[in-house]
Design a protein around this ligand. Sequence first.
Ligand SMILES: Cc1cc2nc3c(=O)[nH]c(=O)nc-3n(C[C@H](O)[C@H](O)[C@H](O)COP(=O)(O)O)c2cc1C
Length: 215
Amino acid sequence: MTNIYVLETSPRDTSLSAELAQTFIAAFQETDKSATVTTRRLRDTALLSLEEGDISALRTQDGATTAQQEQAIALSDELITELEAADMVVIAAPFHNFTMTALMRQWLDYVVRPGKSFGYSADGPKGLLQDKPVIILSTRGGNYRPSAQDSLHPADFQTGYLRHIFGFMGLRSLSFIAANGMDMGPEAREAGLTEAKAEIDAVVSTLSHHLAPAA
Ligand SMILES: Cc1cc2nc3c(=O)[nH]c(=O)nc-3n(C[C@H](O)[C@H](O)[C@H](O)COP(=O)(O)O)c2cc1C
């Protein structure tokens, strides 16, 4: 059985990236009918803006000294436990200001945590999470398809950053699926969604060989 963890990072109630995550899940469940889904919607999660004391409480082993710090540590523990419990992570990640949404940036403050998701050794930082497939569904208003010369569009500050920060925590098996042109009119949107769906099918096909139980 595959435990799929869906992280929705759009601030919008009707979110295209969340819809694409559902498309991905439906395709995956065709190959693994017993797969279970747990969803974390960041727009419904009380992600406090962390103040200096909260940040120290999260980033040292000294523990909480205020109720707000206790709350921040409890939420951080919960979010990290959710990531650890998953066999596969599916992230609905709209492109905002050429990178991730503010909600996703705040989520990272809670999960990238010394002693929990990464540690320092004499050789430098070490990711502490067990590697697992992480699928990032990136919806973009405009078009950031890479050119023949560049593997990434020069204004795509999302892909490289997410690859680095997840790798920092030990999560290296990332698949990026982009839906470009979502706000460029019906034709561009349709073309972007068609491309994204073809990529979803390709990623599901690869993953199902690794994760799904034998028939
Ligand atoms: C605050 C904000 C910033 C955005 N910045 C960008 C951007 O830099 N580039 C882009 O192509 N689209 C941008 N968009 C458009 C979204 O990426 C696009 O509408 C996407 O489909 C939203 O996905 P969602 O429905 O899951 O929220 C932005 C939208 C918002 C609300």
